[in-house]
Design a binder for this molecule. Sequence first.
Ligand SMILES: Cc1ncc(COP(=O)(O)O)c(C=O)c1O
Length: 469
Amino acid sequence: MKISAHAVGRMLGTWQEGPGPAHQRLSDRLRLLILDGRLCLGAALPGERDLATALGTSRTTVGAAYRTLVDHGYLETRERARATVRLPHGDAPAGRRAGGTDGETIDLSFAAPPAPPEVLHAAFATALERLPLHFERHGYDRYGTAELREAVAGWYGRRGLPTSPDHVMITSGAQHAIGLLVRTLLSPRDKVLFDHPTYPHAIRAFTDARARLLPVAVGPSGWDVPQLLAAARSAQLAYLIPDFHNPTGMYMPASVRRSLRPACPTVIDETLADLGLEATGPDPTAEPFAVTHPTAISVGSVSKSIWGGLRIGWIRAVPALLERVAAARPATDLGTPVVEQLATAVLLNAGQTRRPEALRQLRAQQDALLGALAEHLPEVHAPRAAGGVTLWARFPEPVGSRLAAIAPDHGVTIAAGPQFGVGGAFERHVRLPYTLPPPRLTEAVRRLAAAHRALTAGGAGIHTPAPVA
Ligand SMILES: Cc1ncc(COP(=O)(O)O)c(C=O)c1O
């Protein structure tokens, strides 16, 4: 697939900002686009001259950036053909590892806790006992098993939103639910409004649907109601994460929820809703968005509250919409595995999505991460998250992409801020999950601080000879 210079330019956003030579910033930014899949394997990049023109930079800069990517295994070149995207051989990203980082790379690029083994084991044991009841049927079910639809309806009921199982469709995770809704509700060139920053794979679903993007800023003081309402007037769909927003961990206050009446269909992502961490303050389970907005379409998941490997999520919506989703679904999948559904039903019915011990552990991990940042990266501003699993950390300089590019050399991987936005926004940010035990988090921050020191001292990154002017 050929990618135009303008498309690459749009993905790169404001890559010019930040320390270090331009060709290095450009190659780091392109490498991140490759690693997070926005530039997919086999994609043919524009020629150097075209990209240089689109970016308003010199051909020498683009040439040097491309050469760096070729040297590190991210691009393949053939004579008289466009350079194509590839990945380096071996699982570690190419690049050398700076000294003093013993042990394996610490992965802070995923924001998901490990599984609770005993809890899962017991749920699967029960699920296996119940499985034979399903053997007489074919096992294909676009809406999900009755057991799990009832359990999800019960989950909403306990949160103050009476729900009938026929308002629930089971999906293979929340991302699947988002993809199905996007396919059902959006046409090319429709406008979709979303929190900015937001969950990156939702943005990916919108751009794949060729929707036009209407990002509305979620700033340090939260959601901007007038802006959201204004954007909703021209949008065909809104996507919001009011419950422990990814990546900031913020909680939309009840007063804001009540004053938000978006004029377009609104998808509320409740993937993190069970992970409220404040000992005091509003009970996050008290008021699902749809209590005050009965037409809201909710998306849920057990990926963060129990385990991502279950791959179980759901949509809560009126049956008429679920019918449209069910009609669109067979193009990509024919149902969700039954055993996982039965186990998840057991877990939901037993209230295992809000385990006090797991929440205590997340709180302690959040404290450890904040403590390590204060000690090793005091210049970083990272507000405490009300819930969820991540901090949204802001550096004084626009170093997010470069830091993410060189962090693996120092033994840690992170997600750079621009992944959570559009047009190259959030270059000062990185997202840091607190899903690892405190000693690992402290070590990860120590490694990140080493990467940051190397970067700001100008002595890090993918090294290339300086471009010849
Ligand atoms: C806000 C949000 N929505 C959806 C997802 C995807 O969840 P799932 O693993 O259920 O597909 C995530 C995972 O990070 C998320 O943070």
